[in-house]
Design a protein around this ligand. Sequence first.
Ligand code: DX5
Ligand code: ZN
Length: 236
Amino acid sequence: MVAHDPGTAGALKMAPSLLSADFGGLAEAVGEVAGVADWLHLDVMDGHFVPNLTIGPPVVRSLRKHSDLYFDCHLMMTDPGDYLEAFAEAGADGCTVHVEVGRTDELLECCRALGLRAGLAANPDTPFEALEPHLHRVDLVLCMTVFPGFGGQSFMEEVVPKVAQMRAALVERGLADRVDLEVDGGIDERTAPAAARAGANVLVAGSAIFGRERPWEATEAIRAAAVRGRASDGPR
Ligand code: DX5
Ligand code: ZN
């Protein structure tokens, strides 16, 4: 059983990404968004799947002592299967693996067996069709709106149709109340409406939150922009 409440699947959720926080003060950064965030997004990079290195299970374990938020771990790793157990033991609630690394069903099953919510991510140039066969086995689908590896990149609008196609597929298959649809990369007050209008319900934002003077206000501003996006016309 997942230890921290993920909330209702499909409900709008803000997931601040610590990637743009000061790594010398991560617990303080978590505290800055604790009252407004729904989830905490933790970016794990292995220096192989992406050309950058970040954090691993020891940091997740340390942060767990400072927060009761749902920990949404995004594993940008070539071999996530070697580490899923360590993340589960460290206090992760959900782990998202990339479809590009293969062995997808095995990895999703392993997440489930460890009591983790199972997420599946796709890079901007990976088509909907690569995700589609796995939808009945996931708790979360992540459509990357930048190429993973670094914070502070620009939102790729060309991914929006894939988000809309994914939302339609979830609805069509009766999975909309079981599966969250997340976007990650370049999300801010300006881009959140389009992502939300297309059907994304979990919004990850790093630099637009922790790059700002008051991260809690930035989180709420992005949420308000997304609410406006959901209320406007478009596929949902
Ligand atoms: C990118 C990471 C993102 C990153 C987003 O590889 O997966 O979670 O923190 O950062 P921004 O919001 O700055 O694009
Ligand atoms: Zn991420």
